[in-house]
Design a protein around this ligand. Structure first.
Ligand code: KIV
Ligand code: ZN
Length: 525
């Protein structure tokens, strides 16, 4: 199969699959993956540019922060993307979701209720008849607020089919336009999941009035296979997340679903409108903002997904890439690592390089990023695309921070406790502290804590090299937890200690923003 044949599979005559991305809701909801307001906007902007059809932007009733992020994403969204807000089958949730999404050009309320016996008995403490009444009332309420209403049967795959049919019938009669049948606990197998859709679509009289949707969790590693099976059973929407981010083992990975449909266009009679060359960038962004690393051998976006080590494979690849490659790295946006510029490169070349990488910065941000690039080029012999990406990611993170790292000196080695002297800019005041610690990272973090005292506990410290070579930039993530909430800060620098300090300070800034939001909320409550 040639690359041309792959693309020939993407004809407009094929059935369109609606790609519903829930990275910002089901993905963000998983422990440790919480994103800031700005990070959510950045992810949403990329998803929209990529051609995702529906962005589930959050769960507006969950917090004021969630509400504001959903509303701002809805306000910024263009006419081709639907913005969904999640709501439980509770009147207050639905009203709040409606309020958050109504500024979108294409707003959707996504409301759900459990339908399985185990959820009804232990979580809902309701009878089947009571849940049917709830479905009718809540879907009707949502339909009074927006024209596009999705209803989900939580734990559908463990719900007796006869009862599931009655629930779907009630939801469609009340006005639901999309019916989602999730495999909430990741229990289904493909044949069974396909059969569930076939039966429900066949047996519910008004099933042609709604689009059916899959939503699969990956507890048994079957989320993508189940999603594709659901489509074979009649679903035409797939709910998924970038990198498969999500509760427990995660959700179906968007990049895998989209590339399976594209690469096996000879088999599947479907298409998506996702621009696949943006998948790698989306994966890197979501990994950076969530601080969830992508496993090296992850399909499509893993670092090794297109590398060939064995002699036989390399020999075949050199003769003809299609001997071992079913899709090209370029088709998912992987470029050969390229040497970009050196310290003599000018502003114009830098701006062009950013454009090529997909970044459009405002004048001030561009100027700041350019200064940092010059700084980096002075310290690092080769500056690669990945370095520029890390630098811009760092720039976006730092732009809104009120505490910044100004200077750091660390003394460490075999001869005793490490020592760190750090100067921070705290809302315009420069403060310097010296502290010792059990190694250079500990000493640096102790010095930061001495300037900005806090009770938050660190639950993650992670370093990765942006490129190869001993002068590579280090990209560091630090996750802090306070009052059951977690934030992740990141920083990049050729000096691992400076990158660590930046990441820690970034997390401290985020904790401060969270506290301010909570205080503001308490004051208005
Ligand atoms: O997994 C699930 O059932 C969900 C619903 C809220 C759709 O995420
Ligand atoms: Zn889910």
């Amino acid at each position: 199969m040639t690359a041309t044949q792959q693309n020939a599979g993407q004809t407009a005559s094929k059935d369109k699959i609606v790609v519903f991305d829930t990275t910002l809701r089901d993905g963000e909801q998983c422990p440790g993956a919480s994103m800031t307001f700005e990070e959510k906007l950045e992810v949403a902007e990329l998803l929209e540019a990529m051609g995702v059809d529906v962005i589930e932007a959050g769960f507006p009733i969950a917090s004021q922060g969630d509400f504001e992020a959903v509303q701002e994403i809805a306000r910024r969204a263009g006419p081709d993307v639907t913005i969904a807000g999640l709501a439980r089958a509770i009147s207050g949730d639905i009203a709040r979701a409606g309020e958050a999404v109504r500024v979108a050009k294409r707003p959707r309320i996504h409301t759900f209720v459990s339908t399985s016996p185990i959820h009804l008995a232990h979580q809902m403490k309701k009878s089947e008849e009571q849940v049917l009444d709830i479905i009718s009332a809540t879907v009707a309420q949502a339909r009074n607020l927006v024209d596009d209403v999705e209803w989900s049967a939580m734990d559908a795959t463990r719900t007796p089919i006869e009862y599931l049919i009655r629930c779907v019938d009630a939801a469609i009669k009340a006005g639901a336009t999309t019916i989602n049948l999730p495999d909430t606990v990741g229990y289904a197998v493909p044949e069974e999941y396909a059969a569930m859709f076939r039966t429900v679509i066949e047996r519910v009289p008004g099933s042609d009035k709604a689009i059916f949707s899959t939503h699969c969790h990956d507890d048994l590693g079957l989320a993508v296979a189940n999603s594709l099976a659901g489509v074979a059973g009649g679903a035409r929407q797939i709910e998924c997340t970038i990198n498969g981010l999500g509760e427990r083992a995660g959700n179906a990975a968007l990049e895998e679903v989209v590339m399976a449909i594209r690469t096996r266009g000879d088999y599947y009679a479907y298409r998506t409108d996702v621009e696949t060359t943006m998948l790698t960038r989306a994966s890197k962004l979501v990994s950076a903002v969530s601080a969830f690393p992508v496993q090296y051998n992850k399909a499509i976006v893993g670092r090794n997904a297109f590398s060939h080590e064995s002699g036989i494979h390399q020999d075949g690849m050199l003769k003809n890439a299609e001997t071992y490659e079913i899709m090209t790295p370029e088709s998912v946006g992987v470029k050969a690592t390229s040497l970009v510029m050196g310290k003599h490169s000018g502003r114009h070349a830098f701006r062009e390089k950013l454009r090529e990488l997909g970044y459009e910065l405002g004048e001030n941000a561009l100027e700041d990023a350019f200064k940092r690039f010059k700084d980096l080029a002075d310290r690092k012999k080769h500056v690669y695309d990945e370095d520029i990406e890390a630098l811009v990611g760092d720039e976006v993170a730092v732009a809104s921070e009120t505490i910044r790292v100004l200077a750091l000196t660390v003394i460490a080695g075999t001869g005793g406790p490490a020592k760190a002297i750090i100067t921070l800019d705290v809302e315009g005041t420069h403060i310097t502290k010296e502290m010792s610690g059990n190694g250079p990272v500990d000493a640096t973090f102790n010095a930061i804590r001495a300037i900005v005292p806090h009770e938050a506990k660190m639950s993650l410290y992670q370093v990765h090299a942006v490129t190869e070579g001993t002068d590579a930039q280090a990209e560091v993530s630090v996750r802090l937890e306070e009052d059951g909430k977690s934030v992740t800060g990141r920083g990049a620098d050729p000096d691992t200690m400076v990158a660590s300090a930046k990441a820690y300070v970034s997390a401290v800034n985020k904790i401060a923003v969270k506290r301010q939001r909570q205080h503001a909320q308490a004051a208005t409550a």
